[in-house]
Design a protein around this ligand. Structure first.
Ligand code: SF4
Ligand SMILES: [Zn+2]
Length: 312
């Protein structure tokens, strides 16, 4: 059976959302990440609880930690206070909201002033946003910040057949124009890029298109690319997998694409290690492989691969 992708189909196959408290972020983390300058800095990442993103991308599972109603005024401010009270000092803060920071129903515009006040000790601020929502509020928020500003945007893939089928409603042209505009007003951009998006199932093609997408993003003006191995689990992706239209990447392919992207030396490349064990069948080497990727994320260089009987 072939699917006609629509918002309705994507939503109809979803499992339940998580139960959330609108006054608490659903997660917060303290990590380290190499910056544009080459220096490794401490980063506090707060995953905000807020209204679901209006887009319904096929591969997305971020909606699980969102609400159906517009976020009430003040809730985001409470959430940031809650997390900052519990996090150690850091110089970089990521405010990730499972959607678009500049969607007024997710992050109320009236909260910008209080948010920027709370994060004023940070040297660098990163949020995520859809290229279609590149509008005047961005500058308004940026002007209230003490530190430099960066926006993470999903490019996902530049494959001409796959990108339109993701239901993301972007084009490579729109990504480029948004990046140009953000760069012009002094904002850095990072791109999220998928390895093994749905509708592309051959491993070597997936590696090739992931790398091409990384190259495109750097040429478009991003300073960093994050490679995300695509996962099932959101309903529609499981159906596509059953149907043969989605194949999860093998860890070997993720390692290969990460190495090749690092070799480009066009900017920082990060490899997402969330749920990495899902992409490996070997319990013996998975922890070492994850450690290796974590190290490579920090040093931005290739280190020797892990030897294991699973790779003979
Ligand atoms: S734009 Fe981002 S958050 Fe929204 S549905 Fe697509 S991937 Fe998910
Ligand atoms: Zn192994």
């Amino acid at each position: 059976m072939k699917f006609e992708i629509s918002n309705q189909l994507v939503e109809s196959l979803r499992p339940d959302k998580a139960e959330l408290d609108i006054n608490k972020p659903y997660l917060f983390l303290h990590e380290h990440e190499v910056q544009k300058s080459g220096k490794v800095e401490a980063v506090n990442t707060i995953f905000l609880t807020n209204k679901e993103c209006p887009f319904k991308c096929v591969m997305c599972d971020l909606w699980r930690h969102t609400t159906d109603e517009p976020t009430p005024e003040g809730a985001i401010v409470h959430q940031i206070e809650y997390a900052l009270d519990r996090l150690p000092d850091a110089s970089v803060i990521k405010l990730y909201n499972s959607g678009n920071f500049f969607d007024g129903k997710a992050i109320p515009v009236s909260d910008y002033r209080a948010i920027s006040g709370l994060i004023s000790p940070y040297d660098h601020v990163i949020v995520e946003n859809h290229p279609k929502l590149t509008g005047p509020y961005i500058r308004e928020f940026k002007d209230q910040l003490n530190g430099t500003f960066e926006i993470a945007m999903g490019l996902e893939t530049i494959h001409p057949y796959v990108l339109p089928k993701l239901n993301k409603q972007i084009t490579t042209d729109l990504f480029k124009k948004s990046t140009d505009h953000l760069n012009e007003i002094g904002i850095d951009v990072r791109a999220f890029i998928l390895l093994n998006p749905p509708f592309l199932t051959d491993e070597s093609e997936n590696i090739e298109w992931c790398l091409r997408s990384v190259e495109f993003a750097f040429e478009a003006g991003v300073t960093a690319c994050s490679i995300i191995p695509t996962r099932a689990g959101n309903g529609i992706m499981d159906k596509l997998q059953e149907n043969g239209d989605f194949v999860p990447p093998r860890l070997e392919a993720l390692e290969a694409v990460f190495e090749q992207a690092l070799k480009l030396k066009k900017g920082r490349v990060f490899c997402d290690v969330w749920d990495l064990e899902k992409f490996s069948d070997c319990d013996k080497c998975i922890d070492q492989r994850k450690d290796r990727i974590d190290k490579m994320n920090l040093i931005q260089n290739i280190i020797p691969n892990i030897e294991c009987s699973c790779r003979t």
